[in-house]
Design a protein around this ligand. Structure first.
Ligand code: SF4
Ligand code: SF4
Length: 333
């Protein structure tokens, strides 16, 4: 199965409960950024994500209140580098107690020191290691020699210790797709449980020409779509067809909400037009109709999975063929 059964059933249950309440918009995923501190300064990363001070991090209480308020069944702990967060052990324990599914998004450098041996493997916990290419490319993107070697070592160790391990690869303008395929082949040999490959996205706070235009995304993702027939990619086939320019969707920015040391980030993971102190102000304060329509110029090249995977799910009931494909992709992939 592509997604473990307990994640699939919890996610479907969440949809059914919200549908029964008549809700059209609700979060599926919380991107929890407990700190804006990092031990790297990657070239594609938003400046604020790796320049914050540790003392400005969210408290455990703030994190748990955010988790309860939004109700999303899946939580990506990102940042910053979450393995630096001093209260990570208690945070993960508290999320498991609240029956959430956790994706710990990490560069991998401190997994042996701060995670392995401290946080036990759990069916609700997935370690998601960032890898943007083979050795030379990844070290270049991370702006430090040796990051690739360490990440691979930590993936092997995570698998040996019994963790559920995914990888996360961003495709930039300079990315050679053959290299991504080589990377997927090597990661498959290491036994990783899933690989997320997504287009590089233009944060409002970055001004570098490393991001893809819409046409470039389509071209590169036609190849990724082909690769998905061989490798265990975690993006749905419909999302990959969307990224390849073969179908269109409205955005669902409300499906993946982001809580940071600055507050709730609106409207979406990429655009921090306004930060809100409370969940209620955020949920009522963002003009979801406007952002769903993608009419804002900043949405022009966006194919961000966090905006569109939920759109795939939302549109599924309209197409029995897509529903069958989705079920086959998850259960037999
Ligand atoms: S490891 Fe992640 S948070 Fe840190 S600089 Fe790189 S992309 Fe940004
Ligand atoms: S398309 Fe959606 S996810 Fe992308 S920038 Fe616009 S609102 Fe954000």
């Amino acid at each position: 199965m592509r997604f473990p059964l307990h994640i699939t059933t919890d996610t479907v249950g969440h949809q059914v409960r919200n549908a029964l309440k008549g809700k059209r918009r609700y979060p599926f995923v919380l991107m929890l950024e407990p700190l804006y501190t990092c031990n790297l300064a990657c070239i594609g990363c938003a400046i604020e994500r790796h320049t914050g001070k540790l003392e400005d991090r969210l408290s455990l209480d703030q994190c748990f209140k955010a988790i309860e308020a939004c109700g999303a069944p899946q939580i990506s702990i990102c940042g910053g580098e979450p393995t630096i967060y001093p209260e990570l052990e208690e945070l993960v324990e508290g999320m498991i107690a609240r029956k959430r599914h956790i994706f710990l998004c990490t560069n991998g450098l401190l997994l042996d020191r701060n995670v392995y041996g401290k946080i036990e493997p759990n069916k609700r916990l997935t370690i998601n290691v960032h890898l943007d290419g083979l050795r030379d490319t990844h070290d270049l993107v991370c702006d430090r020699h040796g990051v690739y070697e360490k990440a691979i070592e930590m993936i092997k160790e995570g698998k040996r210790l019994g963790y559920h391990v995914w990888t996360n690869t961003t495709v930039f303008r300079e990315t050679n797709i053959e290299e991504v395929e080589d990377l997927c082949r090597q990661l498959a040999e290491l036994g990783v449980d899933g690989m997320l490959v997504s287009p590089g996205y233009h944060y409002a706070s970055i001004d570098r020409e490393i991001f893809l235009t819409r046409d470039e995304i389509h071209k590169k993702f036609k190849r990724v779509l082909e690769m998905s027939k061989t490798y265990r990619l975690t993006s749905t086939p419909m999302y990959l067809e969307f990224a390849a320019g073969l179908r269109e969707y409205k955005c669902s920015p409300w499906s993946t909400v982001t809580y940071t040391p600055l507050g709730w980030k609106g409207p979406c993971y990429l655009i921090g037009e306004k930060y809100f102190e409370t969940w209620e102000d955020f949920w009522k304060g963002v003009d979801w109709d406007y952002w769903e329509s993608r009419q804002d110029h900043r949405c022009a090249n966006c194919k961000m999975h966090s905006g569109f995977e939920a759109s795939v799910v939302r549109e599924l009931p309209k197409s029995p063929r897509d529903m069958t494909r989705m079920a086959a992709w998850n259960f037999f992939g």
